[in-house]
Design a protein around this ligand. Sequence first.
Ligand code: ZN
Length: 322
Amino acid sequence: MGIKKFKYNAKTTSFKPIKNQRIRNFRNLAAFLIVTAFFGIISGFIFSNKVNSPEENSLAAELKEMKIQYELLNKKVKQSQEVLGQIENRDNNIYRSYFELDPISEDVRKAGFGGVNRYSKFTDWKYGDLVSDVAKNIDILNKQMVIQSKSLDEIVISAKEKDKMLRHLPAIQPVANKDLTRLASGYGMRMHPILKISKMHAGTDFAAHIGTPIYATGDGKVTLAGREGGYGNVVKIKHGYGYETLYAHMSKIKTRSGQNVKRGDIIGYVGNTGLSTGPHLHYEIHKDGQPIDPVSYFYQDVSPDEFNVLLDKSQQMSVSLD
Ligand SMILES: [Zn+2]
């Protein structure tokens, strides 16, 4: 405890105690610190809110605008992805399915965008997430377009192949039969008119006058044009895809072995050669070496109603013409 000191005041003619020097020093220090802190806070505040230069202002505005533009761009890219998504759906569900191609899975269409982050360079940017999102969506869109384009190429090839196949399959009646009266006997067990036994009739008989033109029922190559046993004058055509057709009992052959023919070409004329009871064409279709019922292969020149008439006729006749 120090000694208390007094100071005389002439005006009041009294003594007043002198305050402790250490206390005064302490107060001075505290005042200094408060003032320093105050100016520190003020200057810090001024520094952080300092007035930007015109260039900085314009850059800030530009950055803000760029963010808006990127958001718009992202929206547009996503819209394009949606449109492409609809095309992909049609591609899988209609086009590819029509041409019997396997659908392309979602995984394949969008593959290659998991795992490695190839957009890490944007991480430190102010709007890095937005920029990398746009870049990624554009990359996905590009990948989808490449795959879609390849799929369309595949469809074009399949369509051409299908068109070629359709031209080669037997699809018309081998003789003109507008009024549907020519079909005389169908495919199945029939009484043979000469052998008088129930025998498998492996084709369809068309009754017609001698000399009636006989047409190739699909594109193909003639493998036989000549005489063969009970068939008499016969033509065989190989169509590919496992199909072969046979035209028997012709009066005259109008093609030769090895010749390429188109559907509708005249290959000969109706006759009565071989084991036959009257002028007619015996027509067979073989698929993979086995005879099949030709009645289902006239689809290109008969309507559904006409088909029903032919089907009835082919099933009713119990005696064949050969
Ligand atoms: Zn027959």
